[in-house]
Write a protein that binds this ligand. Sequence first.
Ligand SMILES: *Cc1c(COP(=O)(O)O)cnc(C)c1O
Length: 428
Amino acid sequence: MELFKNDIGFAKQLDETDPLKKFREAFIIPERNGKEQIYFLGNSLGLQPKTVTAHLQQVLTQWSQWGVEGFTKGEQPWWYYHDQLTEPLARIVGALPHEIVVMNQLTVNLHLLMVSFYQPEGKRNKILCEAKAFPSDQYMLETHIKQRGLDPQEILVEVQPRSGEPTITHDDIIQAIEQHADSLALVLWGGVNYYTGQVFNMQAITQAAQKAGAKVGFDLAHATGNVPLQLHDWNVDFACWCSYKYLNSGPGAVGGSYIHERYHRDASLQRFAGWWGYERNAQFKMHKDFVPAPTAEGWQLSTPSPLLYAAHKASLKIFSQVNLQELFKKGQALSSYLIYLVRDINRQYNAPFIKIITPENEKGSQVSMLMLKKGKEIFDTLSLKGIFADWREPDVIRIAPAPFYNTFEEVYLFAEALAQACKQYSDV
Ligand SMILES: *Cc1c(COP(=O)(O)O)cnc(C)c1O
């Protein structure tokens, strides 16, 4: 902790020596009255790369010049566009390019991969997941289980934090997997919890799940582009993510999935099929029987949108220019600095104002703060000062300084505004 100082000069110096500082230039920072705002919501919707417009325009131009022939003609034929996305994504999630497919959105992809990887057999039918997972994941699991004619109450095993604790301990996860080893069909877990920002040990969870004889999949919504991932080497079975959070690919961006290569030709897996998953060279022969592409692309269903591809590509190009280790390291340094400054605020009062619920040694960019007094008032005061943060009922403020475009100075200014707001409400 003595690494840091509560001092604007110190924060500016960290920015000065930041090897990634030039990347902020690549993004459009929201302004009000000509003043750049402090945007700490990259975990919700990442900011727009300046190059997005040109990439979208390229698709529109191709459409206007070639009509449907744009699939095979023009500067960037849409038919091959997917190939440009899989390499950079494979690098970000630690996979082989043919283990990546860019398609649909996150919840849709989870449903599709559940079709393949949730195969209940007799008493091996349970799904282990985190308590209080993101609501869409809970709805997905429940409705998917019911659709198989099973009862979610019996199937779902939720691992809870210990009483009074905000986060789940790893020992408890592994223990729950071992305890249910005879009945587990699937472990479906988040890479990073959306509420607490806790980063889970995906490798250890994968090992334990597979040892128990279960399949294992991860929802990487808050992990992809935020923390280091080695899906292939960790031997993960499947994973899905959205691309509008840390991947900066725009609202409703096209999502992505990873499927380990050992399943690509596995005819015993169930799957929902569509013509876009057909073996590529033969797709337009329009044969009657479905022959899936022998890669993750074999899970595609429908004609993709080149417009969504284009926004995604603009962002992935920026990722391709960065040293990922440096990126993740900066994300952690920003959040560590924030935690350090919040501690300093607490120190000024007999009873603390703020409890950090993000585990300090299991985090990425996000910091979640449980507000112990006047939380909503403090949050509103920060919003009025041009700070974009996230309020979660009943009393949590989530902050995610994104390493591509946020600075240590912004973290300092945020903490200064937070300290002032706390002071304002300290006597109330
Ligand atoms: C953001 C998020 C989602 C959103 O799903 P969409 O289908 O993209 O709307 C789902 N799960 C988690 C864990 C998330 O953080």
